[in-house]
Design a protein around this ligand. Structure first.
Ligand SMILES: [Zn+2]
Length: 455
């Protein structure tokens, strides 16, 4: 596996996960700690990183600097766990042209580098990846320089209904075929199992029926795997909750959720793992509203920016039959997410970025902003994107700043609990204790200095 990506500089030994001859120790001190658990920020904190993992966290006053350690003072800065995006798709696009032919290890690693540059240090892919995702998934066990990968492998689609991508053979017609597919993905090493239950605003004849979804869920549970469902309709959400699905990968978007569904979700422990508010919001624009935001523009080529700004593209999007449906869909997604949070349903953060015009990393920050707009506190949104996601994903060595965890860290120049948009004030990103280039040190498709200074 080669790095092959210019914004990432790391030695081959680190990428291969070879043990260093002597312990490599770094101390970060004097920052305000947001530890990912939801606990109030603590000032004047310090941590020690040893060979890529956190070995000590506590007040700077109690810090004992290990001999030979490199020390960095972060006075006035905020340190938190790297963000986790629980709903992404990798290697689907080149620019904004979507085609499975672009799903190569090189392109996936490039995208994982962009996630990392935005402080998203782990992602969970939800069902449109070829088997080449599994060797990449394995890299999370070492000192990688890219975002770590959790994956469902290929998700289960009911023949003739919504889901998957052209070019992947992932549809099933019978409960037996559904169980066989679950077994295949589990044997490849899928972390959990994905299923789609939708008909694209009624444009497709079928939705996955209960006899298929219940077989998928039952077989996954027999294999010790959680299940996560793409849903759109209230009715499907209610049926899947009854069948014992573990999480929803989108909000209910056709109507308001009611007490019956909320209590069912709570009783069964169903998570709203991803609300994908940024996905829904992106569909409501003819022209995306952030094309001149340098935090966005640095992560895409000038050619992509030009294409996104073109009047022809805007006209085409506005003329699509479903275009008027997107604004009410977004409103349902936001309202229902807020209702669930208020009702005590567990939730994570996920964007559904990766398909065309849904951008790695940038959408995670937009998602956090929309979660706050929906009614969460900034701390609730940040906790969803760190410890909560890690908990749902069973990712035991990421998601909080605590001894034993990977030193996957985000250092911010401003307080994200005061204003969620401060999640964009990225000063440094660490993966396994190594600094990787941030988005502010990135300028895709241009000379290094062509993106101007950081605002
Ligand atoms: Zn998705």
């Amino acid at each position: 596996m080669k790095a092959g990506f210019s914004i990432v500089s790391l030695t081959v030994a680190m990428l291969a996960g070879l043990p260093a001859a002597v312990a490599e120790t770094t101390v970060l001190r004097d920052f305000t700690l947001i530890d990912g658990t939801g606990k109030a920020p603590a000032t004047n904190q310090a941590l020690v990183m040893t060979d890529g993992r956190i070995s000590w966290v506590g007040p700077s006053a109690k810090l004992k600097v290990p001999a030979g350690a490199k020390v960095e003072r972060l006075k006035g800065k905020y340190l938190m766990p790297g963000l986790i995006d629980s709903h992404v798709h990798l290697g689907l696009v080149d620019g904004i042209t979507q085609n499975l032919q672009y799903q190569t290890p090189e392109n996936i690693e490039k995208q994982l580098g962009i996630y990392a540059a935005y402080g998203v240090t782990a992602v969970q892919t939800l069902g449109t990846e070829k088997d080449l995702i599994f060797p990449i998934q394995q890299m999370r066990k070492g000192r990688t320089a890219m975002s770590r990968v959790y994956t469902v492998g290929q998700g289960v689609v009911f023949k003739g209904s919504y889901g998957g991508v052209p070019g992947l053979d992932q549809s099933v017609a019978t409960p037996g075929e559904a169980r066989a597919m679950v077994d295949k993905e589990a044997s490849h090493g899928a972390d959990l199992i994905k299923l789609w239950v939708d008909d694209e605003f009624g444009m497709l004849e079928e939705r996955m029926p209960p006899q298929i979804s219940s077989a998928v869920i039952d077989e996954a549970h027999r294999k010790g795997k959680k299940t996560v469902a793409h849903i759109f309709y209230y009715d499907n959400a209610a049926e899947l909750a009854r069948e014992g699905v573990d999480a929803f990968a989108h909000s209910v978007r056709d109507r308001a959720v009611d007490d019956a569904l909320l209590s069912q979700m709570k009783a069964k422990g169903v998570w709203q793992m991803a609300a994908t508010l940024s996905r829904e919001a992106s569909f409501t624009y003819k022209t995306l509203p952030f094309l001149d935001d340098p935090f966005f523009a640095r992560g895409v080529t000038p050619a992509v920016l030009k294409e996104l700004a073109s009047p022809e593209r805007a006209a085409k999007l506005a003329a699509a039959p479903n275009f008027p449906k997107y604004a009410p869909t977004l409103q349902h997604a936001m309202d229902n997410f807020a209702r669930e949070v208020k009702a005590g349903i567990r939730y994570g953060m996920g964007t559904d970025s990766g398909p065309t015009a849904r951008f790695p990393g940038y959408f995670a920050h937009w998602e956090l902003e929309l979660m706050v707009k929906a009614g969460l506190t900034p701390m609730q949104a940040l906790t969803a994107a760190t410890s909560a996601n890690a908990e749902f994903m069973g990712a035991n060595d990421i998601g909080t700043v605590a001894p034993g965890k990977w030193a996957d860290l985000l250092v911010l120049g401003r307080d994200p609990t005061a204003d969620i948009r401060n999640s964009r004030a990225i000063d440094a990103v660490y993966i396994a204790g190594n600094k990787v280039s941030t988005i502010w040190q990135t300028c895709i498709g241009r000379a290094d200095d062509a993106c101007g200074g950081r605002p």
